[in-house]
Design a protein around this ligand. Structure first.
Ligand SMILES: *[C@@H]1O[C@H](CO)[C@@H](O)[C@H](O)[C@H]1NC(C)=O
Ligand SMILES: *[C@@H]1O[C@H](CO)[C@@H](O)[C@H](O)[C@H]1NC(C)=O
Ligand SMILES: *[C@@H]1O[C@H](CO)[C@@H](O)[C@H](O)[C@H]1NC(C)=O
Ligand SMILES: *[C@@H]1O[C@H](CO)[C@@H](O)[C@H](O)[C@H]1NC(C)=O
Ligand SMILES: *[C@@H]1O[C@H](CO)[C@@H](O)[C@H](O)[C@H]1NC(C)=O
Ligand SMILES: *[C@@H]1O[C@H](CO)[C@@H](O)[C@H](O)[C@H]1NC(C)=O
Ligand SMILES: *[C@@H]1O[C@H](CO)[C@@H](O)[C@H](O)[C@H]1NC(C)=O
Ligand SMILES: *[C@@H]1O[C@H](CO)[C@@H](O)[C@H](O)[C@H]1NC(C)=O
Ligand SMILES: *[C@@H]1O[C@H](CO)[C@@H](O)[C@H](O)[C@H]1NC(C)=O
Length: 414
């Protein structure tokens, strides 16, 4: 036979060979996609039913064996439920279904995805309980269930996900206490469970075992009692965000040992006692928001050592005494908010050296003397409150100038 004849026969055979059709993984994906909103269709033109597998489809990746290893769909209005057939995909390592208006529950069978490393179901409307079976996902490194309507407690089985680095549960309807098992997550770098008003109880001591923790977010919860005294053992902590919650007691001086700390957001709690002198050891501290607590005593001199500070808001407390002269070092400050305390003495003229200062709020204190003229030289200043003090003298001429140049939102209140 000539080679041409062979080629023709082969071609003929290839037409004859049965059309094997789309494999099961592809069929599962298609049937889920079929149930989604028609608005999504435009994004899924690559999901072709005549293919043999879904490996070339948008949002899908396969491993070398041709099995689906990644599904990653974000910001498409799917209006569907969880693709429950996907729990049979034994090779799946990444499942991202985010910002998709997905509703209904997360199936307990999700625990069958034993190779899963990344699970991101954030920004949907998933409801019901966060399945305990997620604890079976022992390879999981990143779990984002934030911004849904999930209820129930944080299950203690979470402690089984020992490789977890990122745990985002914020903005749900979760309740109950934070399980002590959180301390088993020794690789954890970020834990955010804020915006769940039903979360209550204290921060478990065991969290101090999470030595790599860089972000601890529990704002807008019912978290109460004290900040763990040994918080300073968290040497990698950059952000401590537990505002508008129910913390009480003192800010532990040991926090001065959390040398990586950049952001300290503890406003809107019932913290009392003094602002610890030890904060002065935190060279990386950029933002300190301690407003609306019951802090008393003086502003610590050591604050002047935190030369990276950009925003300081310690208003609405019971602070007394003068503004320490060491604060003259804080030349990067953009916001200095001291309103509603019992601070006295003169308004320090070194504030006129804070050339990036945008907001200066000193109202409702017992400051006396004249407003330093240097403040009029602050070119970035858009908000200056100094009313309800014991000030006298006139408003520096330059402030009047900038008033005309750049009228602030709240007006000049003196
Ligand atoms: C998708 O829907 C179409 C039309 O409704 C149907 O013919 C097809 O069988 C469905 N495909 C799957 C995989 O469910
Ligand atoms: C979710 O649905 C709402 C209303 O149905 C729509 O306004 C919104 O854009 C949708 N979200 C996304 C990510 O498409
Ligand atoms: C999950 O795995 C269990 C045990 O291997 C099995 O009995 C069950 O059918 C699986 N569920 C699904 C939905 O695949
Ligand atoms: C989860 O997906 C959203 C996209 O919708 C993204 O913004 C977010 O960063 C993802 N989370 C992680 C941990 O990658
Ligand atoms: C979690 O681990 C414990 C042992 O530490 C085990 O008894 C339990 O069955 C595990 N739970 C899950 C959901 O895997
Ligand atoms: C800070 O850490 C040092 C050594 O790492 C330790 O000696 C000291 O007691 C700690 N201080 C506080 C207040 O925790
Ligand atoms: C602040 O710096 C001064 C020297 O400028 C030093 O004597 C003091 O111990 C420092 N305080 C803290 C808390 O680091
Ligand atoms: C402010 O301090 C003065 C004098 O120290 C004291 O009499 C007054 O009660 C204090 N006011 C508040 C609100 O703490
Ligand atoms: C402002 O800064 C200059 C230059 O660093 C310095 O000489 C001066 O003393 C400072 N003024 C005040 C009031 O601290």
């Amino acid at each position: 036979m000539s080679t041409n004849a062979i080629a023709i026969i082969l071609l003929f055979l290839s037409f004859l060979s049965p059309i094997s059709g789309l494999n099961n993984e592809g069929l599962s994906l298609l049937s889920w996609f079929n149930s989604s909103s028609s608005a999504a269709a435009a994004f899924f033109s690559s999901w072709n039913p005549s293919h043999q597998n879904p490996c070339t489809w948008d949002f899908i990746k396969c491993n070398h064996g041709g099995f689906v290893s990644e599904i990653s769909i974000s910001n498409i209005d799917l209006h569907a439920s969880f693709p429950s057939q996907v729990v049979t995909f034994q090779h799946l390592t990444t499942l991202v279904l985010s910002h998709g208006n997905l509703t209904g529950g997360i199936p307990t069978s999700i625990g069958n995805l034993s190779l899963l490393v990344t699970l991101n179901l954030s920004f949907n409307a998933f409801s019901g309980k966060r399945p305990v079976e997620i604890g079976m996902l022992s390879r999981l490194r990143s779990l984002s269930l934030n911004t849904n309507l999930l209820q129930g407690g944080i299950p203690r089985e979470i402690g089984n996900c020992s490789k977890l680095r990122l745990l985002e549960l914020f903005d749900n309807h979760l309740s109950g206490t934070i399980p002590a098992e959180i301390g088993q997550l020794v690789a954890l770098e970020m834990f955010r469970a804020g915006g769940n008003s039903g979360i209550e109880g204290e921060i478990p001591m065991q969290i101090l075992n999470c030595r790599r923790l860089a972000v601890l977010g529990l704002a807008d919860t019912g978290i109460t009692r004290q900040i763990p005294r040994n918080i300073g053992e968290l040497k990698n902590l950059k952000t401590l965000s537990i505002y508008t919650s129910k913390l009480n007691g003192h800010i532990p001086p040991e926090i001065g040992n959390s040398s990586a700390l950049e952001e300290l957001f503890l406003y809107g709690n019932q913290l009392s006692g003094e602002i610890p002198e030890e904060l002065g050891s935190l060279k990386n501290l950029k933002t300190v928001l301690l407003w609306q607590n019951q802090l008393s005593g003086r502003i610590p001199d050591s604050f002047g050592n935190c030369s990276s500070l950009v925003i300081v808001d310690i208003s609405l407390n019971y602070l007394t005494g003068e503004v320490p002269s060491s604060l003259a070092n804080l030349v990067s400050l953009e916001e200095l908010l001291l309103s509603g305390n019992n601070l006295s003495g003169n308004i320090p003229s070194f504030i006129g050296n804070f050339s990036s200062l945008k907001q200066l709020e000193l109202d409702n204190n017992r400051f006396s003397g004249a407003i330093p003229t240097a403040i009029g030289q602050l070119k970035e200043l858009t908000q200056f409150f100094a009313w309800k003090n014991r000030l006298h003298g006139s408003i520096p001429v330059d402030i009047g100038f900038y008033f005309h140049r750049k009228p602030p939102k709240g007006g000049w209140k003196i």
